[in-house]
Design a protein around this ligand. Structure first.
Ligand code: TRP
Length: 331
């Protein structure tokens, strides 16, 4: 059994890409492993969100994770800022994180390029906070995408440094949890790239999206003028539509439209109509559960209380070892 940690910044609603790229796998992982899933609200402070929207977004992520099937009895669900041991460990790790390596981090360099007006120390030490999130539970596996691999590598560096400096084996070196073939990347509806809300309105379909809006977005998805030769290779935009179709539709549907493409009889309008209906059939039950969960504030509180207790128990144990190792001992 592995100990797994994963955090999500509260920046809005989850879309199909989040679901198939992460959440669906979390639901499977919670059955077999010791999983900690949390809302990384401190991490999102680097961009100074409005207090009201931060609060709403935390609630949104929680309700959506739960609505998708994360089970508070099977895994540990919590909000980062409810666990004071995390910033404590972050402070300690900051003492062994070097300015140079933090400046060389790709995500930081990208922020420096894109967000010139707000390059704060929190951005610089973002990977240190992420390391604290991970090792506070002595995690050995982190399900991460390509863009997060460097942060995980830095986490391993901090772990090695800590263990070396204090001559202890407090932390294991966490590695990426590899889904192997199970990792599905959902493309966006704009013809290229992956689904994401930062790629523009209409590119992502959210789990709580209304039917009308799903139809509208799918009907507007980028296509081309259609195949002119049989068995012609599909351009990226069309491949993308088929990728989503394969995930939400029946095998026969996929076969039907693949054949139609190959013999040039395909009508993209029909393809999109079918895709929209199949997305709706897939998301509707999830959407209903999310609505049910988010409307029951008392229940959410209860779930969070349980998660916070479990997460703190684990974090407290780690921090007591850390403090002991460092020489921070009560007189
Ligand atoms: N940096 C991650 C992201 O942007 C979020 C995150 C914060 C995280 N702490 C984590 C992910 C710990 C995995 C483990 O997606």
């Amino acid at each position: 059994m592995e100990t797994i940690v994963s955090g999500t910044r509260p920046t809005g609603n989850l879309h199909l890409g989040n679901y198939f790229g992460a959440v669906k796998n979390f639901i499977r992982l919670q059955e077999e492993h010791n999983c900690f899933f949390f809302v990384a609200d401190y991490h999102s402070l680097t961009t100074h969100p409005k207090p009201g929207s931060l609060h709403e977004n935390v609630k949104t992520i929680l309700s959506e994770y739960l609505g998708c099937g994360l089970d508070p009895e099977k895994c540990t669900i919590y909000v980062q800022s409810d666990i004071p041991e995390i910033p404590e460990l972050y402070l300690i790790l900051n003492m062994m994180a070097y300015k140079g390596e933090l400046e060389r981090c790709n995500t930081f360099k990208e922020k420096v390029r894109k967000q010139k007006e707000n390059i704060n120390a929190g951005l610089l030490t973002y990977p240190v906070l992420q390391a604290a999130d991970i090792i506070v539970h002595k995690a050995n596996k982190v399900p991460v995408g390509k863009d997060q691999e460097q942060h995980l590598e830095m986490t391993r560096d901090f772990v090695k440094r800590f263990n070396n400096l204090y001559g202890v084996e407090v932390f294991p070196e966490p590695t990426a949890y590899n889904y192997g073939d199970d990792l599905i990347k959902i493309p966006g509806l704009d013809g290229s790239g992956k689904m994401g809300k930062s790629e523009g309105e209409g590119n992502a379909i959210f789990l709580v999206e209304e039917e009308k809006s799903i139809r509208k977005k799918v009907m507007r998805a980028v296509t081309d003028s259609g195949p002119t030769e049989s068995n012609q290779e599909m351009p990226e935009a069309i491949q993308n539509i088929f990728t989503i179709l394969k995930i939400v539709s029946k095998q026969e549907t996929v076969q039907h439209f693949t054949d139609a493409y190959n013999n040039c009889s395909i009508r993209y309008g029909e393809l999109k109509q079918q895709l929209a209906e199949d997305i709706i059939a897939f998301t509707t039950p999830i959407k209903e559960r999310i609505k049910e969960i988010s409307s029951d504030e008392e229940n959410l509180k209860k779930i969070l209380k349980l998660g916070t207790e479990k997460a703190r128990a684990s974090a407290r144990e780690t921090l007591s070892e850390v403090r002991q190792a460092i020489g921070i001992r009560t007189l």
